[in-house]
Design a protein around this ligand. Structure first.
Ligand code: MG
Length: 398
């Protein structure tokens, strides 16, 4: 039986909620027993309080100080300690536990994941910014603390499961699969008229709006190439991307002898979370099962760099190194949000990323340094400012 004392940073989002649902399922089947040290959430106090009443953590935190009174009211009489604010989340992330889920989105998630990475706990990483912005420094921090980093993103979980741990010399290349998003078959002329409503309707995965836009531009796959490069210490030219619209093969590792191992499953976010929760063991839960005969066929095609330029921009950022991946991430996030706000055309998202990469000084993030997190956040802030300026200029030109 799997026994863990866990903290969940971002418990009310989709990854956090799925993690708690899996813990519940494991307790029901008798395959796991979990204690909770910390739960942290955002503005959804009702959900956070409900989770806290079920799991009885030592501490429940809302990131929003103005919502602390509501949280206190909701947990009155339970004896569960409460706190509020980003600093409280970062401090709580340092509490000793066996396992931490880092699933807070964005820059706030970066600081708490960085804090958890220094504790020696197993770190289940769902926050993209931590790897994209702090890369090898984050991995080094986990290694020095005696902990282990386990990716939660489906593609990286797939590679993690079939990668020969400790023997990277056996690997020829990594192959990341991409769904291709909802606009895979559109022409560039049709893509010029894409609306936010069309972009957030993803064919296979149910996700938040920002990551749905990232999937539609393939900037998400670009970020995943960067993450894979750091996680598995692989250069950009040995990480390929193949479009696989069915999202059944989650990624592959090609060995030097020509043998290729893949991890497959229905597109279900809980499966990689279950893998991270139990690793190196396996968790029994009522998972959706693969039915290959019912699927009939799986298809693959090369990504189109003309219609989806964000993928190559990510590779350029990875090759430039230092702060360039952070600049790519920040510019993409600002541009995706501007598109959702109808301030930027869909095809201009990649243009903003390219111009921001050119317009920000790429330095200040040394790999392996103790202050990599602070340095990355400084580069991130500057890149966001430059990206907003570029978006304003494009709006005036339109
Ligand atoms: Mg993914």
């Amino acid at each position: 039986m799997i026994r863990r004392r866990v903290s969940i940073l971002g418990s009310t989002g989709s990854v956090g909620t799925s993690t708690l649902a899996l813990m519940d399922a494991a307790e029901t089947t008798g395959s796991g027993r979990f204690e909770v040290e910390v739960l942290t959430g955002g503005a959804n106090i009702g959900r956070l309080a409900e989770q806290a009443r079920r799991w009885r953590p030592a501490l429940a935190i809302t990131a929003y100080p103005e919502r602390l009174a509501d949280l206190n009211d909701a947990l009155a009489g339970t004896g569960i300690a409460t706190a509020a604010g980003d600093a409280a989340v970062v401090e709580a992330a340092q509490r000793p536990v066996d396992w931490v889920m880092a699933s807070i989105v964005g820059a706030a998630g970066l600081r708490s994941a960085w804090a958890a990475a220094g504790t020696g706990a197993t770190l289940a990483l769902a926050n993209k910014e931590s790897l994209v912005c702090c890369g090898s420094a984050l991995i080094e921090r986990v290694r020095r603390s005696g902990g282990q980093l386990i990716p939660v993103d489906s593609e990286h979980s797939a590679i993690f499961q079939v990668f020969p741990a400790g023997a990277p010399e056996r690997v020829a290349r990594l192959i990341l699969t991409a769904s291709g998003g909802p606009f895979r078959t559109l022409t560039r002329a049709q893509m010029a008229r894409i609306t936010p409503e069309q972009a957030i309707a993803h064919p296979n995965w149910s996700m938040g709006s920002k990551i749905s836009v990232d999937s539609a531009t393939m900037a998400n796959k670009g970020l995943e190439v960067i993450e894979a490069a750091y996680l598995f210490d692989m250069p950009s030219d040995r990480i390929d991307v193949v479009v696989h619209p069915e999202s059944i093969v989650h990624s592959l590792v090609e060995y030097i002898d020509g043998s290729t191992l893949a991890q497959l499953g229905p597109p279900e976010m809980k499966t990689p979370i279950a893998c991270a929760l139990a690793w190196p063991d396996r968790l029994a839960w009522p998972a959706p099962r693969l039915d290959l005969a019912a699927l009939g066929r799986l298809t693959f095609e090369a990504p189109d760099p003309v219609r989806f330029p964000a993928l190559d921009l990510a590779r350029q950022a990875l090759q430039a190194g230092d702060g360039a991946p952070t600049i790519f991430n920040a510019a993409n996030e600002v541009a995706a949000m501007a598109f959702l706000d109808r301030r930027l055309a869909f095809l201009n998202i990649a243009a903003v990323i390219a111009d921001t990469l050119d317009g920000v000084t790429n330095s200040g993030v040394g790999s392996g340094s103790d202050n990599a997190c602070d340095a990355a956040l400084a580069v991130d802030a500057e890149a966001r400012r430059v990206a907003e300026t570029i978006i304003g200029r494009l709006a005036r030109a339109a």
